[in-house]
Design a protein around this ligand. Structure first.
Ligand SMILES: Cc1cc2nc3c(=O)[nH]c(=O)nc-3n(C[C@H](O)[C@H](O)[C@H](O)COP(=O)(O)O)c2cc1C
Length: 237
């Protein structure tokens, strides 16, 4: 079971008694260490690039993952910005045991969301996400759209006085309109910077097979090449 958002401490005895492995998602090293302390089996370390709630520390995975590797004894997966074989090899080299993908999996054939959502991810670039709700200490990375622009204007106007009521129309109850009805401007929905690396809508099997193939090619052809002196000239796109 993956837990997220707040500490799963109160549920740990019941989960452990039922033989369930618990992976807690954390956006900081200190929260990861707490997860380890309360008996979580693994952590999903979620960097600043991630879609959804990156926390308030703003540490990208290039720093967060090796920091987690320095401190944690339990295994962790890299989360946030993960899309392909390059992400996987990078995550492994930074100390992770694997990777977790959120945004990338939404642009797959099986994802139970409207086709417009998948198309929006293919069309988006890495420049198209915005951070909202920072003043509420509930920061969320979302895909830019007309309603997110309006929300950001309200945030600018209200400054530190912002309340959730001020942005109610842009954030409350919008997911069914977007995900099921495909109304792409209906409000703010979580999306990672990794949208810039999404160019197709494969099946999950095609995606995973491709990732594993790419990772193998990168390791064998490029990384091993560094040991025989040819790696630097072998480009992996
Ligand atoms: C549309 C969408 C909805 C999400 N909803 C939740 C959620 O309800 N709870 C949660 O803990 N994380 C949620 N996330 C975050 C993911 O679980 C994951 O941490 C994140 O997507 C990883 O970053 P990536 O999008 O760059 O892969 C959501 C992400 C997306 C894209």
């Amino acid at each position: 079971m993956e837990t997220a958002g707040r500490s799963p401490e109160q549920y740990m005895p019941a989960l452990k008694a039922a033989g369930i492995k618990v992976i807690h998602k954390c956006t900081s090293v200190r929260h990861s260490l707490k997860a380890e302390r309360i008996g979580c089996d693994a952590v999903s370390v979620d960097g600043f690039e991630c879609g959804g709630h990156p926390g308030e520390d703003d540490i990208p995975n290039m720093i967060l993952l090796p920091r987690a590797a320095e401190e944690l004894k339990i295994p962790f997966v890299a989360s946030g910005g993960m899309a392909d074989g390059r992400s996987l090899v990078a995550a492994l080299s930074l100390g992770a045991a694997g990777m977790n993908m959120g945004t990338r999996f939404i642009a797959t054939k099986e994802a139970p969301v409207h086709q417009n959502v998948k198309n929006a991810l293919v069309a988006a670039t890495e420049l198209d996400t915005r951070l909202i709700m920072r003043a509420l200490r509930n920061t969320e990375r979302v895909l830019k759209n007309a309603n997110v622009d309006r929300l950001l204007e309200i945030e600018l106007e209200k400054g530190a006085k912002l309340t959730i009521d001020d942005i109610h129309d842009q954030v409350a109850g919008v997911y069914p309109k977007i995900m099921l009805d495909g109304q792409m401007d209906a409000g703010a929905w979580s999306c990672g910077m990794v949208a810039g690396l999404i160019r197709d809508i494969p099946s999950c099997k095609e995606l995973i097979d491709r990732i594993m193939g790419e990772a193998e090619t990168i390791i064998r052809s490029r990384l091993m090449g560094f040991l025989d002196g040819a790696g630097a000239t072998r480009k992996v796109a």
